[in-house]
Write a protein that binds this ligand. Structure first.
Ligand SMILES: *[C@@H]1O[C@H](CO)[C@@H](O)[C@H](O)[C@H]1NC(C)=O
Ligand SMILES: [Cu+2]
Ligand SMILES: [Zn+2]
Length: 175
């Protein structure tokens, strides 16, 4: 009896060690070409094939909603503008995170509270840490205005959600 208990304990440990560690990525958000008023860290965790959890805290913008995207390039040599357009490997229109027709990088808006803090914790079903939707080595960009999810009248709505300038950004790296 004791041996069976030992054996199953050893087996359980072996199974746990065989399970791959979750793929994770990290990004430090800042506005180094500005005055470094905006600061934050985010962690991405691959939960399963179609789910990535995004969690972290960003501080430094007045209360409100701000566009939040993954942009194509992990290049911040010339500030957040160097990151290029929204990550859009399937050539779709800009949209809401729950839309079928959206850029892979369209993560919608994040909200800053009255203390200028945004607490982020959501799951997205289109970004990935591997494969054709992989966001590793690309950039997170936080905008100066609210993303209208492509529903606005402005000509930029279908391309960028008319979210205005780029307030802060960071390159997504493997953790
Ligand atoms: C981000 O993480 C670094 C260390 O990993 C820490 O020094 C820094 O304070 C964090 N920034 C915020 C805004 O939490
Ligand atoms: Cu953007
Ligand atoms: Zn977009």
């Amino acid at each position: 009896m004791k041996q069976i208990v030992y054996l199953s304990a050893i087996l359980a440990i072996a199974v746990a060690q065989n399970a791959p560690a979750p793929l994770q990525a990290r990004v430090r958000i800042s506005d180094p070409f500005n005055d470094n008023q905006i600061q934050g860290n985010l962690t991405f965790t691959q939960l399963d094939e179609h789910k990535v959890r995004v969690e972290g805290v960003i501080a430094g913008l007045p209360p409100g909603q701000y566009g939040f995207h993954v942009h194509q390039k992990g290049d911040i040599t010339g500030g957040c503008l160097s990151t290029g357009p929204h990550f859009n490997p399937e050539n779709k229109d800009h949209g809401h995170p729950n839309d079928e027709n959206r850029h892979v990088g369209d993560l919608g808006n994040i909200e800053f509270d009255e203390n200028s803090v945004s607490r982020i914790d959501f799951v997205d079903s289109m970004i990935s840490l591997y494969g054709p939707h992989c966001i590793l080595g690309r950039a997170v960009v936080l905008h100066e205005k609210q993303d209208d999810y492509g529903r606005g009248r402005h000509p930029d709505s279908r391309k960028t959600g008319n979210a205005g300038g780029r307030a802060a950004c960071g390159v997504i790296g493997i953790l």
